[in-house]
Structure formats: structure tokens, C-alpha cells
Design a protein around this ligand. Sequence first.
Ligand code: BTN
Length: 249
Amino acid sequence: MLDRERIVSQLNSNRFAVMVMEQTDSTNTALREMAQYGATEGVTLIADTQSGGRGRRGRTFASPQGGLYLSTLLRPQGDADPGVITCRAAVAAARAIESLCDLNVEIKWVNDLFVAGRKVAGILAEGVLSPEGTLTAVVLGIGINVAGTLPPELRDIATTLADQGVSLTREDLAAAFLNGLAHTLCADAEEMMEESRRRSLVLGRTVTVVRGNDTFTATARAITDRGHLVVDTAAGEITLTSGEVSLRL
Ligand code: BTN
């Protein structure tokens, strides 16, 4: 079971109110409900395992024992773009992992973290809307494959930090991520985008874009300051926003 005290004692601000749970269906789902009942910015749920971990575009996120499954609540003032928040969170997560081991972490636009060519973490930022349709909160969730046994169908495309020879505690990683996130959420936008580009696994590469029922091949050219991906296709240049597409390498 996660040691809450070990996380909280390493936080260098009181921005996050951390709760740990043995199991839940999804920390994002649980926190969305709490947001609807008025939970405040910084409320953070961390679960030992999830029975219904969710990824982008309705996918499941395998959440066996040994991984870090964390969601934190943001109450952005004014306009908030979950795509930009995802970029900032990805930079915080990459830095947190690298601060605790020797690995090199890359970002597969927009929400996946890769190590040695395999997915090690995913991010899911979801807006919470009022009945009138106004954005009232963003639930930012991250799942990091720290250790544990991934399902057989993921073994060729995903990895765990333990499989990469790294031994670290989920508590230390959670604290490093939250401390980093406090910084990247308000860091200079240009600095964040530059780091996203430097860590990008897709820039310059041929990718398969899945948009709605459409699947096509493209070359990833640029990531804009708003976190959109510009690709060259047979029909010319197009700009993709994070919500609408998924990429295959
Ligand atoms: C993806 O790979 O598409 C995103 C995965 C996000 C997984 C995290 S685990 C904590 C939080 N709870 C969820 O159900 N999803 C996110």
C-alpha cells in the first residue's frame, strides 16, 4: 500500500492535498465526481491499482499493482486548454523520472511518455463542465508504469521502469512529479514548448494519423506554441489538435 506520509513529507509546497486509496475504478473518474461536489484546486488522488483505468479516446489504461496512478484537480482561471496542460504535465513527468534515474524520457505527442522506444506513461487531462457548458475544472491524470506485470498484449509496445533496470519508489516519484508540476503549470509557455519539442519522439518522423474514421500517413513537422502538431500529408500541410487524433509511429 502507498505510504501517504512519504509523499507529503517530500512536497515543497502545500498546493496539493494528497489522498491515497487502495483501489478505485479510475482516479480521474473519482476526482471528476469530487470536482462536481466542489473539491478545490490541488486535491490529488493516488491509487494502488485501478479496476477501470482510462486512457484517451475511450481506451483502457492497464493499471496493475506496482504502477503510479495519480489524478490532480486544477481550477484554471479563464481559458484553459487541456492540450497545453497535457504538454506541461508531460514535461513535469519526464523531468521527475529523469531526476530519479538515468533514463532518457521522450514525449510522443501529446500525452505519452516513452523510454527505450516503449510507452512508460500516459496522461489524460479532462475538462469538467458546468450544466451551462463552462469549463469549471480540469482533472489531470497520469499513469506511470513503475513496476508490476503488464498485460501480455502490451509487452511489445510498453515497458515499466523496473523492466528498464530502475528501482525507485512510487512515493518518491509522485512527490517529484507534483513538485515539478507546480513549476511547469506556471512556467514560461515558450520554455515548456521548447522542451516538449526537444523531447519529441515524433518530430521529423513518418506517423500514421487516426482522425475519426480517417487514417493517413504524414510527416510530423512542428509543434506550435499552442501545442498543436503540424504534419505534411499527400494533400498538403494540416494542423492537428490533441483532442481529435491519435498517432501511431
Ligand atoms: C493514455 O495513455 O491514453 C492516458 C492514460 C492515463 C492514465 C491515468 S492513470 C490515473 C488516471 N486515471 C485514469 O483512469 N486515467 C489516468
